[in-house]
Design a protein around this ligand. Structure first.
Ligand code: MV4
Length: 511
């Protein structure tokens, strides 16, 4: 059944709101933006056809107000809402409220969101779909005694997880029987506090896993395809930092097995639209012996979707919109071909020299990279004040090339072009990661970044500057200083110097 969509309300902000507006415009759809007081001057407000104020800056007073957003949609005559990621995107009650008012929620049905939103129910769905999952319980643990029994069955080390959780909250690794009781009550009360449900379950602990996820797209007619994987092992405190597609560690055979399992799970949950199945993978150093385990399914468009777009040549947001209109996918699995390699760096307003503290504020100067194979998804401009009320991600810088090595070189070139003045950013950290031998050899797992940050590469080879005349160096330094005055000041600050600070200063002088 075809559904008419002519006007889309974008229930989000920042780079993803802009990304969604762009897809709508290319398809001839009108757009309605919503904004908080902090975002009056934001680019998504500027680029949409109409914009409505929601309230004060706090997300709970603005982008999380589902009922108000629905009122705006009705007033503006929008026939669909795209939630983007975060905010209301995985809120099944909101998806249901949209349906009740005859407004199309661009995402899966509320019923599928409910099944997959509970980790224990999702594990049951995985079993029903013959999808490999980490050994452990598939229902909440009634008490410590039950936890003891399950842990003894699967063997230590184990991991306690919140059924309503995600992102590492309410999670506890337990290495010995004696530690289980206190970890159980800690995990359970943290889960209760964070999610309003104290339900926890147990899994076998997988040590040094890789985090690899499969992108799915399903239509209303039972067609579902996988669009390859993304390698997301480079994380810090459960925040992804670099993503790539494809994963250097996934063979064609492993990709097919993971993709087919992900499709089975989605179909068994009645899934429609874009979704991502996350896996823990171990044994990628032993080709043919890799094991993958279902972790969770994300029922939204993800931050890192651009790397999949680059290697598939598809526009995932346009596909989402067409599926929401009731169109069939129009693609079979064999139509999906991966080509080349894409890397994404998440550039944040944060200070790597000060425990990655958020560094919001006024962007005084901005020189953005471009050229062959570079895509930048962002919503910043010189003069924009990065609000402290939301996630401080500034930009997703994406490099695409024929090979992983060429994509890394291209990313390095783009990072070297990038100047953001007025606020601290993690750009320098990416320059160092991309020089790292282990990263370049794809020797990465979920612990890679924390290990790397704990031991900065002070002895990395520096480019010789001896062939540059002194006056040229002086001009370059003056130019750099004028472009990034605040950063430059930080480079000359004295005080307790971390090894990172030293590495960062050398990086700054080199640049
Ligand atoms: C695990 C695990 C090891 N074993 N589960 C972290 C976030 C949450 N969504 C799942 N997480 C993990 N679950 C078992 N049984 C290790 C992690 C984990 C992790 C997973 C993906 C990406 C980065 C991570 C960093 C630390 C721990």
């Amino acid at each position: 059944m075809l559904r008419s969509i002519k006007k889309v309300l974008i229930a989000n902000r920042g780079e993803i709101a802009l990304r969604l507006i762009r897809a709508c415009r290319e398809m001839g759809l009108a757009t309605v933006a919503v904004y908080s007081d902090a975002d009056r001057g934001a680019l998504h407000v500027f680029h949409a056809d109409e914009a409505y104020r929601l309230g004060p800056a706090a997300a709970t007073a603005s982008y999380l107000r589902g009922n108000l957003i629905l009122e705006v949609a009705q007033k503006a005559g929008a026939d669909a809402i795209h939630p983007g990621y975060g905010f209301l995107s995985e809120n099944a009650d909101f998806a249901e409220a949209c349906a009740e008012r005859g407004i199309k929620f661009i995402g899966p049905p509320a019923s599928a969101m409910r099944v997959l939103g509970s980790k224990t129910r999702a594990r049951q769905a995985a079993d029903a779909a013959a999808m490999p999952r980490v050994p452990g319980s598939v229902t909440g643990l009634a008490d410590v005694e039950e936890a003891m029994t399950v842990a003894a069955e699967i063997g230590y080390p184990v991991m306690l997880k919140a059924a309503a959780g995600g992102g590492g909250k309410g999670m506890r690794a337990v290495y010995r029987r004696e530690e289980l009781a206190s970890a159980f009550s800690a995990a359970s009360s943290e889960a209760e506090r964070s999610f309003g449900s104290g339900e926890v379950y147990l899994e076998k602990l997988i040590e040094r896993p890789r985090h690899i996820e499969i992108q799915l797209m399903a239509d209303d007619y039972g067609a579902c395809i996988y669009l390859g994987e993304r390698e997301c092992s480079v994380q810090r405190r459960h925040q992804k930092v670099i993503e790539e597609a494809p994963s250097a560690l996934v063979s064609e055979d492993l990709r097919r097995r993971m993709g087919e399992a992900a499709v089975r799970l989605a179909l068994s949950a009645g899934y429609v639209n874009a979704g991502t199945v996350e896996f823990l993978v171990e044994g990628t150093d032993r080709p043919g012996e890799e094991s993958f385990y279902f972790l969770e399914m994300n029922t939204r468009l993800q931050v890192e979707h651009p790397v999949t777009e680059m290697v598939t040549g598809l526009d995932l947001v346009q596909m989402q919109l067409r599926v929401a209109m009731g169109e069939p996918l129009g693609l079979r699995q064999e139509d999906i071909r991966l080509r080349g390699h894409a890397l994404e760096c998440r550039i944040y307003a944060e200070d790597p020299e000060n425990q990655f503290f958020p560094s919001p504020g006024l962007i005084t100067r901005l020189v953005q990279p471009g050229g062959p194979g570079i895509r930048e998804d962002c919503a910043i401009y010189a003069g924009w004040v990065v609000p402290l009320d939301y996630d401080p991600m500034l930009s997703k810088l994406v490099a695409f090339a024929e090979t992983r090595e060429a994509a890394i070189d291209r990313m390095q070139r783009a990072l070297a072009e990038y100047v953001i003045g007025g606020i601290k950013t993690n750009i320098g950290m990416f320059r160092r990661i991309l020089m790292d031998e282990d990263f370049r050899a794809a020797r990465i797992d979920t612990g890679y970044l924390e290990r790397f940050l704990a031991s900065p590469p002070l002895d990395s080879p520096q480019e010789p500057v001896t062939d540059v005349p002194d006056d040229v160096v002086a001009i370059a330094v003056a130019w750099f200083t004028s472009l990034a005055e605040k950063d430059a000041v930080a480079l000359t600050e004295v005080g307790a110097e971390s090894r990172w600070a030293i590495a960062a200063r050398r990086e700054g002088l080199r640049g």
